[in-house]
Each structure stands twice: as C-alpha cells, then as structure tokens.
Design a protein around this ligand. Structure first.
Ligand code: BGC
Length: 729
C-alpha cells in the first residue's frame, strides 16, 4: 500500500508539460505563470482544505490519503493536491483513518530540545519526512515553536523550550530537515497559544514589544533557520483579535517585518470570518468542517463579486500557496522514491532519547554497578513500554501499541513499544531483574527492600486540549515514591512526563532521571544510561519550579471546564471570550525566576553527567555589531562525555535585560580533553523592541556576558561595551 501511494504522489506531481514546470525558474515566477492560467474557481480551490477523514456522514474526500487535512490541487495545470499530516513526533494516523498504518514514534520535542543539539533536530525532521513522503504526504503540520510559558501546558511535550533562541534553533533545524525531503513544514501555532485551557475562547493579552522579544522571536529565528513553507495561525486571540484574522500578527509582523513569502494556513476550526481573515493575511482555511461554515469558498467568491474583497487578494493567497509548492519541489517530478530506512529512524529516535535524557540528581548510585545482583523495576508499565502524549500529534507506533490505559471515555494513554524492563535486563546480564507494577505501594516497597537497587518509573499523561491541573505527579505516585525510597534509598526515579513536575520526595532518592516521553527507543536509552553504556548529557530546556506559587500564574488562567477547548464545527458556537493576561511579558521561564529571585528546583540549562567539566578563558570580542564569545571547556573526569557550555547576557539598567541565553555549544570530550567553544551572538539578543518605531534598539552601555553549565551556575563573567544602535524588525 505504501508503495502504491508513493507512486501516485510521484505521478500527480510529475508532469513536465507546462512552462512553470521549469524548476530553474524562481518559485514566485513559476507561481505567477501558473496563476495566470487559473480560473477563479481553481484559485478558490487552493485556499481551503478539508479534513481528510470520514466526517459528518460523508466519506473520506476522494483523492485524499487519510489524515488531518487535504487541499485539492489543480490537476489540469499539474498543481498537486496538498496531503497534510500531523507529524511533530512522527507521522500520525488520527482515528486509524489509514487502517493499521504505523510510524516511528520519536521522543517528545522536550526530549529533543534537551539535547541542545540542532543537528539531531535536523535528523529527526529528515527521518519523519522520509516516512511521511513514502505514505504520500507532502505537507507536515509540524514545527511547533510556541514558547513554554507554563509548565502545566498540555502541549509542552510538542514544544521545545521556554527560551526563544533555543526554541528557534531547534524548531528551525527540525523544519530544515523536513524540507530537505521536498515536503512543506508548517510552523505553528502562531502565536501565544500558550495554554490549552479555553484555547478557542482565549484572548491572550500581552504587551506587543514583549511578544516580539519572546514568543515571536522564537518563531522569527525558527523561520529564518528553517524557512518553513507554511505558518499555522493559532486558535486564540492575541490582544483582542483572533490570530487567524490578526492584521498585526499576520500582515505586519510576519509578512511585512519578516518578509515571509509563503502562506498562512489556519488551525483546524480557527477561522471566524471571510473578508476580515483574508484582509488580515490568512491565506488558507484548513479543515473547513470544523469552522461554523466554509468561509473561504462560496463566501469569498461572493465577497469578490460584491467588491468587499479585492480579487488581487485572492491572487496573492493562491500565489503564496503556489510559491511554496514550487519552492519545496512539490510539483516537480518526484526524485526516485526514497526507501524508508527504519533502522536509521530507530538510530535517530535512540540518539534523541539518549542525548535528551537529563540526569537531575545522582548521589553515587548511577551508573549502577555491573555487579548489582538484584534489581527491581517498578511502575508506569515499564515492563511494556514508555508513555506518549495525546492529541493530534499522537503516533501509532511501529511495532504496535505496547499498552493502553483508558482514562475516561474518549481518552487513552498510549505506551510506545520498547520495554524498559527488557532493556535493563540486557544491560545487566548478571543481575536478577524483577518487575512490580507499583499499584500496591506496600508490595512495591517490600520488593524494593529485597533488592540491591530500585529503578522506579513514574509518569504523567499530557494531552492537547487540557493543561495539567497542577504539577504533582498524578494519582498515588508521590506516595509510591515515598514508600519505595523509604524501603530502599538506593532508588533511581525515572520521570516519564510531559514537562516539569514537583518532587516532594527528592531528598530521599539517590538519583533522578528526566526521560520525558522518550519514544519507541526510549527504554533502551534509559537502560544504557542506568548502566553507564551511555553518559547522560541532556540539559533542561525548561525550569523545574519548587512549587506552583513561584510561577507567573500560580493557577492556570481560565476555567478548564467552562468553555469549549476544541473547535466546535458546524452550527456550534464558541462561547464567551476569556482574557488571559500574560503580564510577565518576555520574562518567561528562567527569566521570571531571575527577575523574582525565586530559586528553582532545577534551573534551565541544568543536567548532570558521569564526568565533570570545567570552563575557563572566557573572552568576548566586539567588532562593530558582531559580538563573539568564547571559552574553553575541559573534561576533568575519567569518562567521555558531552558538555553544554552556555553563554548568557545581562544588560545595563537602561536596557533592563536581566538574563538571556545568547549561545551554547554541545561538545563531546574524552577524559582530559579540552576544546574552545566560540559563539557568535545574534544582535537582537542585546536589544529591546520598540513597537512604536518598529525597530530593535540597543541601548549604549556596559553589558555582562557570563558562561557556565546552566542558567544559575555562571562561573565566568566578562563585560563589554555596546554603542547605541537600532536594527530592522
Ligand atoms: C491542532 C494542530 C493540528 C491540527 C490538525 C489542531 O487541533 O491544534 O496542531 O495540526 O489540529 O490535526
């Protein structure tokens, strides 16, 4: 089936008979040539899409493969249909619309971001794109660059980090990897979809300049690096206007200030108007059945006929879509079908899980001695697999679902295959390794007491459409940890969560690993780290707080039960709007903690290793606008390991820049080896945004550059002076 579909894709895209088939011409020129031949109806057919699944009593749209979305092409002119699939963490298969079709389940984006390694993000994108393309898809709804503003956010596992530079670098590289396979990647959800609670009735209120320095900067950097062929506007409103009809966001920031040349598609069910949306910069309505009506086909034709919408705007919409199609090779003769390299996908999934697992605490327990005779593995279905997050990014894992835990009528927690227990047994061939499911704390404690070491897995299910009510581990798991660690302090806790959690039991444990949702090779990665076959090198992309009281919003804003959180579809209504005020502005994550002098449980950037590193020779060089920082990092221990030296900047009083990550590198070093790390710093990171003038402004004065191994441990400092300057937006 996969083979047949791949051929169909190549055929649909393969014709060479048109002047615009000449791939040596600039994409925008090809787009104009094709556009010139189109009827109005053909243009209209490009600007809306449908859900590519049986819906409202109707069968799956003809021509669609089956997935989140489908936009009919213009076969008469060789313009391929857009076959759109979610694929943030692997190719999804919503509602099993392609019966039995599975894909490699990659670790969560939080795990990917914990590698601080853009190259591995590129490999992830490439690997997922190869699978998607073999299934016949040419648009991936992936590249989720929202900042993690709240550790309880339901989609944090699909997002990268709380920092704009780290998020931009990782998302941008992932997008670049996807698009290297002639597939459009869609950066989303633009913007400020920072919580799931009330997401379709949320008016996110935030100072525009602060947005430019935080969430928008993450998108800006990711777009510069990855050049995604599409941007998906978010469900929520931003400062009083829906993101998909927000002139400031789409026309002014994205298309004018950032000169974005491709198209804006809506999120599914995020369109509320025809003329307003089109004039504000929305180019394509997605999954139109989820809107209260199809806003972009008939109503748009009428609006043009009645002079409410200039025909030129429809041309611009279609031209942008066509430009993206041509720029990303979708209409070009498909190169020889690339065989899917499942072994390669496994290697990438394993490498991400290995490098993205963060060792948070280790009091001499890890790596576990090879002589350990009796180990008990407890909890979280660790005998079967590892948890994954819910919602549109859910992947049906290759190899089949390892376990399914029903959580209410329509919700199920899905465990990816790759049994951690079996992987641990392989790493410790001389030990007896037992399993207890952790459901009865006294029994688990007894098994712990009878063992030389305990590996205790705990989990937290997170999903699109719901935020976590709080940061505590769900159910009785905190009590389980208390009981087990009391019975045997030689316990390593493995967190399989969708974000930060509280650890009231931290002092009683000997070791803690944050493995996030580690994907279908996660069990192996965890076992390798426990045994020391792999040296942990992950670094936190998010702050772990001590308590919710430390957060900008001790309670998530809005009412989780009060309003629809998902699209409401035909005949529905969206309910009363609710205003969420993000008065923390650009002080997201560690920046908030620094500003408030709040001590975190674990700071942004933190992670331990089985070796030790030192930094020295911090130097900063300013020549004109270019600021370069360098330092020497040395491995002081007796094992090879990867260090992630990080550079941060703080500004003079006039700039009021408290602490910003401005660069890092991830370097693998043998025992005793040292390396010079050099980073060139993006000038925007020294600047504040002036919204009235629509410019970045650098305040003159003395800036401080620090270097260290996390956002708190800044061992080295240097200062440098900058002249007043302004930069284009
Ligand atoms: C999600 C998007 C997703 C789309 C299509 C929406 O509910 O917010 O991230 O791409 O559905 O599945």
């Amino acid at each position: 089936m996969v083979f047949v579909v791949a051929l169909a894709f190549a055929d649909a895209a393969g014709a060479q008979d048109w002047p615009w088939s000449d791939s040596s011409l600039p994409p925008v020129q090809r787009a104009q040539m094709a556009l010139d031949q189109m009827t109005e109806q053909e243009k209209l057919s490009l600007v809306y899409g449908v859900i590519a699944a049986p819906w409202g009593g109707k069968p799956k749209p003809s021509g669609s493969i089956g997935s989140a979305g489908y936009v009919a092409g213009v076969p008469r002119l060789g313009i391929p249909a857009l076959q759109e699939t979610d694929a943030e963490l692997g190719v999804s298969n919503p509602g099993d619309v392609r019966p039995g079709d599975t894909a490699t389940a990659m670790p969560s984006d939080l795990a990917l971001a914990s590698t601080w390694d853009p190259e591995i993000a590129r490999l992830q994108g490439q690997s997922v794109a190869i699978e998607a393309r073999a299934k016949g898809f040419n648009v991936l709804l992936g590249g989720a660059a929202n900042l993690i503003r709240d550790p309880r956010g339901g989609r944090n596992f699909e997002y990268f980090s709380e920092d704009p530079l780290l998020t931009g670098a990782m998302a941008g590289s992932m997008i670049e990897g996807v698009q290297s396979r002639h597939i459009i990647s869609t950066i989303k959800h633009f913007a400020l979809n920072a919580q799931e609670t009330d997401r379709v009735v949320l008016n996110a209120r935030i100072d525009p300049a602060a947005t430019r320095e935080s969430d928008l900067l993450a998108f800006e950097i990711a777009i510069e690096r990855g050049r995604p062929g599409a941007v998906m506007c978010a469900y929520n409103q931003l400062n009083g206007s829906y993101c998909c009809e927000n002139d400031w966001l789409l026309n002014q920031v994205l298309k004018t200030d950032w000169r974005y040349p491709f198209f804006v598609m809506s999120d599914w069910g995020a369109v509320h108007s025809t003329v307003r949306s089109a004039m504000a910069g929305l180019d394509q309505e997605s999954g139109e059945q989820l809107d209260t009506q199809n806003f972009f086909e008939g109503p748009m034709a009428r609006a043009i006929a009645e002079g409410e919408l200039p025909e030129a705007r429809l041309d611009d919409m279609a031209r942008r879509i066509l430009t993206s199609i041509f720029a990303h090779g979708l209409a070009d003769k498909a190169s020889a079908s690339e065989p899917v390299d499942f072994a390669g996908a496994d290697r990438t999934a394993l490498a991400i899980a290995r490098e993205g697992t963060v060792l948070l605490k280790n009091q001499g327990l890890l790596p576990l001695s090879a002589d350990t005779r009796k180990i008990v593995v407890i909890g979280a279905h660790a005998n079967l697999g590892a948890p994954s997050g819910g919602g549109s990014s859910q992947v049906m894992p290759r190899g089949g679902i390892a376990a399914k835990e029903q959580l209410g009528k329509n919700r199920a927690m899905i465990f990816d295959p790759g049994s951690p227990l079996e992987a641990i047994r392989l790493q410790f061939p001389r030990a007896r390794v037992d399993y207890d499911d952790g459901s009865v704390a006294p029994r688990a404690a007894k098994a712990a007491a009878d063992s030389d070491a305990v590996i205790l897995f705990v989990d937290q299910w997170m999903t699109e459409t719901a935020d976590a009510p709080n940061l505590s581990l769900p159910g009785e798991q905190d009590r389980l940890v208390e009981a087990v660690t009391q019975a045997n302090p030689r316990t390593a806790v493995v967190l399989e969560t969708g974000g930060p959690v509280l650890m009231p039991w931290l002092a009683q444990t000997a070791a803690v690993l944050a493995a996030w949702y580690p994907g279908q090779k996660g069990g192996e990665a965890i076992a390798e780290i426990l045994s020391g076959a792999a040296n942990p090198s992950g670094r936190l992309p998010v702050t772990f707080p001590i308590s919710e009281g430390q957060l900008p919003h001790p309670k998530i804003q809005g009412d989780p039960d009060g309003a629809p959180i998902g699209p409401v579809g035909r005949g529905g209504h969206y309910g009363a709007m609710f205003t969420g005020v993000y008065d923390e502005g650009a002080a997201v994550g560690y920046k908030w903690f620094v500003e408030r002098a709040e001590p975190p449980l674990f700071p942004f950037g933190f992670g331990l290793s089985y070796t030790r590193f030192a930094l020295s020779n911090l130097a900063v060089d300013v020549s004109g606008r270019t600021v370069t920082a360098s330092a020497t990092v040395r491995n002081l221990g007796d094992r090879t390991g990867a260090a992630t030296p990080q550079f941060y900047v703080s500004g003079p009083k006039s700039a009021n820049i408290r602490l910003r990550l401005v660069g890092w590198d991830r370097v693998e070093l043998k025992p005793g080896e040292d390396r010079q790390v050099i980073v060139s710093i993006d000038s925007r990171l020294f600047a504040r945004f002036d919204e009235d003038a629509r410019k970045w402004r650098i305040q003159p004065g003395v800036y401080r550059l620090t270097a260290g191994f996390d956002s708190q441990q800044q061992e080295l400092a240097a200062s440098f002076e900058l002249q007043s300057a302004s930069l284009p937006p």
